[in-house]
Design a binder for this molecule. Structure first.
Ligand code: AMP
Length: 358
């Protein structure tokens, strides 16, 4: 069985690593010559909207998935005409645009931050009056890791913020004084079987995820699963879906969803019975899903911009190093570390120890 992946970054690389034990082969379509999934897969180096390359990919594989949501809709349409593409095209279309995503959450009774649509300076002015400041201006599409976002505080120039996001269609969202940020990784198979991982608590810095900790028996787990189930069922979703929430008291406000394996689920590689990558593959292939039960107390630390001293990291017991084969560059995710311990306290001690090393 051959799986095609649109995108050849670390998520495709980790999908391949999870898929080889299942006897799967991978072909990635990715424009960058130095794609980090390339050494593990057959790499078609071309633009995502290159019709000839898409045709070649379709001829070589049995099924297509993707590792990022900004895939051109025309590419998914072309591939979908001749073979299964999961998650489905309309799941992708919903998740790639904050307007559709937020409207879906609202329709399903899932709480969100207050928001208003912005398409010019005048609608930004109206939105600021309606939502109130502080607020965050976010481009509707193509934003990630805090890119395409501007926080507006009292007195800031709306014109400057509007220019800073490239005057692109946007939403203005109330700035939430959340207690914590959490995310749920959910998976639904072609057969409709569903599974949910324990919530992860996520710490971001400058919009980039730094630390994810798997929560055991969190009081918000049932609500997060209920919300995720509503989305999965409404979209007839297939594969892994991540939903990020702001937790405020007993409320979970959905921030955004990703129709793919997600950085806040990397802890599952060593920290769950079945990783998010394996369960994504099982889901899209219609195989029974694997257990999402946690194995011990686990956290994941992202390696951003700089390679750590590997012997020092690996010298710490129960620590696993994942490097993506990417050249270090400021703000770039080049790997992650997973830690697994028997108790919550031991885990917190290890996290402090590691933080001093990276
Ligand atoms: P996003 O790209 O929407 O996931 O935003 C990246 C990060 O910016 C989030 O994980 C939060 O840490 C922060 N952020 C985004 N939107 C808001 C908001 N409305 N209120 C507070 N913090 C936010």
């Amino acid at each position: 069985m051959k799986i095609g992946v649109l995108g050849g970054g670390q998520l495709a690389r980790m999908l391949a690593l999870a898929g080889y034990p299942l006897g799967l082969d991978f072909v990635v379509l990715e424009p960058a010559a130095d794609a980090c999934a390339a050494p593990l897969t057959r790499h078609i180096q071309a633009a995502y909207d290159d019709p000839a390359a898409l045709q070649r990919l379709a001829a070589e594989v049995d099924l297509v998935t993707y590792e990022f949501e900004s895939v051109p809709a025309a590419a998914v349409q072309q591939l979908g005409a001749s073979l299964p593409v999961f998650p489905r095209a309309d799941s992708l279309a919903t998740a790639r645009d904050r307007r559709h995503e937020k409207n879906l959450f609202r329709e399903l009774g899932i709480e969100t931050a207050p928001f208003a649509l912005v398409h010019d300076l005048q609608t930004l002015q109206q939105a600021a009056e309606q939502i109130g400041l502080p607020a965050v201006l976010k481009t509707r599409t193509l934003g990630y890791d805090g890119k395409g976002q501007q926080v507006l505080r009292n007195g800031d120039s709306l014109q400057d913020a509007w220019d800073a996001i490239g005057q692109a269609p946007a939403i203005l969202e109330g700035l939430i004084e959340f207690d914590r940020e959490v995310s749920i990784i959910a998976v639904r198979s072609v057969s409709g079987e569903m599974a949910f991982y324990p919530l992860a608590e996520n710490v971001h810095e400058q919009g980039i995820l730094r630390l994810s900790t798997c929560l055991h028996g969190d009081s918000h787990q049932a609500l997060a699963e209920d919300y995720a189930k509503r989305v999965l069922e409404r979209l007839d979703y297939v594969g892994v879906l991540a939903i990020e929430f702001f937790q405020l008291g007993s409320h979970l406000l959905a921030n955004e969803m990703a129709p793919r394996v997600h950085n806040s689920g990397h802890w599952t590689i060593e920290g769950a019975e079945t990783s998010q990558f394996e369960n994504h593959l099982r889901g899209i292939l219609g195989l029974p899903l694997g257990s999402t039960a946690p194995v011990g107390h686990t956290a994941m630390i992202n390696l951003i911009g700089e390679l750590p001293h590997a012997p020092a990291i690996l010298g710490i017991e129960n620590t696993h190093l994942h490097l993506y084969g990417k050249a270090p560059r400021v703000g770039r995710k080049i790997g992650h570390i997973t830690l697994r311990e028997n108790t919550e306290q031991a885990l917190q001690e290890r996290i402090s120890q590691l933080k001093n090393l990276i």
